[in-house]
Design a protein. Structure first.
Length: 182
């Protein structure tokens, strides 16, 4: 596995070694030993999630707070997304900064997003099959989020505004500055 730390400390991109042959390909999408050795993070992933979305969908920007915070290891099985992690760790030198990367079924890139971050993605292909591991269970009451079009963060989702598809819930999320006051 090839691994690179992003400008957000503890947030890594990783790419597994892919073995191609006449049949197709094989790769280890997750190996706990390699993951721990390379990241220094001994995550115990307890929940795997999968979602399918159509072009223009923006999911996010989500987090779970307090004891229910989740680290996530995210990837795309088919299609392509622009994936974004936002550092919400108040003691971090990159608090309020974000990192974005294209993840696709072609590049096999994965993004590890530690606890204390918010996460979202936009769908760049016709459809995208998105898969991720979480190190804490879903806890509805601890869900939080930030508006996708927050002016302070200024994320370019790489989708024209009139083509964006969002859930009603995500359209009601607070802005970053209101979040920090609370
Ligand atoms: C996230 C989640 C949702 N659900 C349910 C709640 C709801 O009825 C339905 C759809 O939920 P949502 O609209 O919140 O799904 P979605 O917008 O895809 O939420 C996800 O977005 C990405 C960006 C993340 O980072 C994830 O952690 C998660 O927040 O699925 C679960 O049962 N378990 C879960 O872990």
């Amino acid at each position: 596995m090839e691994i690179k730390e992003t400008h957000l400390k503890g947030c890594f991109t990783m790419r597994p070694w892919v073995f191609k042959d006449d049949r197709g390909y094989f790769f280890e999408s997750y190996n706990q030993k390699a993951f721990t050795e390379l990241t220094g993070y001994s995550a115990e992933f307890v929940q795997d999630n999968q979602s399918l979305s159509t072009y223009g969908t923006v999911r996010g920007i989500h987090f779970q707070s307090g004891a229910h915070a989740q680290a996530k290891l995210v990837r795309v099985i088919e299609g392509s997304v622009y994936d974004v992690a936002v550092d919400l760790r108040r003691d971090s030198s990159t608090y309020g900064k974000w990192f974005g990367v294209e993840l696709s079924g072609e590049n096999n890139l994965q993004l590890f997003i530690p606890r204390g971050f918010a996460h979202g993605f936009s769908v760049l292909s016709e459809t995208a099959l998105f898969s991720y591991k979480c190190d804490n269970f879903y806890h509805k009451a601890s869900e939080g989020g930030i508006r996708y079009d927050d002016p302070t963060l200024g994320i370019d989702w790489q989708i024209p505004k009139d083509k964006m598809i969002l859930s009603e819930k995500d359209l009601l999320l607070p802005f970053f500055n209101d979040l920090s006051k609370g």
